[in-house]
Design a protein around this ligand. Structure first.
Ligand SMILES: [Zn+2]
Ligand SMILES: [Zn+2]
Length: 297
């Protein structure tokens, strides 16, 4: 009997999908596929090269300390994410950033990105930590827009590495609504899954560690309202990606329907549908899903 079926035959919902080792490889491939003939081809290829470098970096990333069983138990009891971004300053990601820059295929980068990558090599840790603090505080406008994707990419590797070490144990129940139960970051998009025990279920995808957690559909993933939710998409598109808009808090987050396109990937397909963001912004909704590979501004 699959884990998702209780002894009484009542299906239980798989509440949590841990991050995967292949997350960056899958993302790099999807970005490459999406880039073909796309209006944002250059940017998607840049993001693909960055994700490819992240995959290489993940392979060699040193084992980062993770909470022991007693600390995990404490997090469970208090509804705290075990790998919280609010904990002490993370160590080691700055060296990871340097390796990531080395792993980058510079031929795939626009000249401006090569210049920024070279600048970052000489950057001191204090400046990097300031960028990281702004990112975790949601103050994206405070980070130089050219640097942001590199900083975000390095931090993603650090957190994915830790989340992989914990696996299922990394999830804490009772974390604040709308935040990752592993690291406490906001989600980038939500995904309605297709096939198996998760058929038709909706999961939020962490912008940082790529863990996924279940949230019922037709519920605002920001304020939890179930009233006045609407779905906007671009006329003539295949409506595999929509913007879930909430009239209560006037925010939106994209929702990806895998039954319409099973190859979609959270960060890649978000980047490839920025035209939808423009449409939704014009309707007066504010975006709440940060994409760490996106240059803000
Ligand atoms: Zn997370
Ligand atoms: Zn809302």
């Amino acid at each position: 009997m699959p884990d998702s079926v209780l002894a009484g035959g009542v299906p239980s919902i798989p509440e949590f999908r841990p991050t995967r080792k292949s997350v960056f490889t899958d993302r790099a491939q999807r970005l490459r596929d999406l880039a073909d003939g796309h209006a944002m081809q250059e940017y998607l290829l840049f993001a693909s090269a960055l994700a490819r470098a992240q995959a290489a970096e993940l392979e060699v990333y040193p084992d980062t300390p993770v909470p022991d069983p007693a600390q995990l138990e404490h997090c469970q009891q208090h509804g705290l994410p075990p790998l919280s971004i609010d904990s002490a300053q993370p160590a080691g990601w700055q060296q990871g950033l340097l390796r990531l820059l080395d792993a980058l295929n510079q031929d795939a980068l626009p000249p401006e990105a090569v210049r920024i990558a070279n600048e970052l090599r000489d950057e001191d840790n204090t400046a990097l930590e300031r960028d990281q603090e702004h990112m975790f505080a949601g103050a994206y406008a405070e980070i130089d827009s050219g640097r942001a994707p590199f900083i975000g990419a390095a931090l993603q590797v650090h957190w994915v590495k830790m989340a992989l070490r914990l696996g299922e144990r990394g999830r804490s129940a009772g974390v604040d609504f709308g935040l990752c139960p592993v690291c406490g970051s906001p989600p980038v998009v939500s995904v309605v899954r297709s096939g198996g025990a998760e058929q038709g279920l909706r999961y939020l995808v962490c912008s940082l560690c790529a863990s996924e957690w279940h949230v019922v559909r037709v519920k605002c993933t920001s304020c939890a309202s179930t009233k006045n939710i609407s779905y906007l998409f671009i006329e003539g598109s295949n409506d595999a990606v929509k913007a879930e808009c909430c009239d209560e808090c006037k925010t939106y987050r994209k929702i990806l329907y895998l039954d319409k396109d099973n190859h979609m990937e959270s960060i890649a397909d978000d980047l490839a549908t920025l035209a939808l963001d423009m449409l939704v912004d014009q309707k007066g909704f504010r975006r709440v899903g940060p994409n760490l590979l996106l240059s803000p501004g």
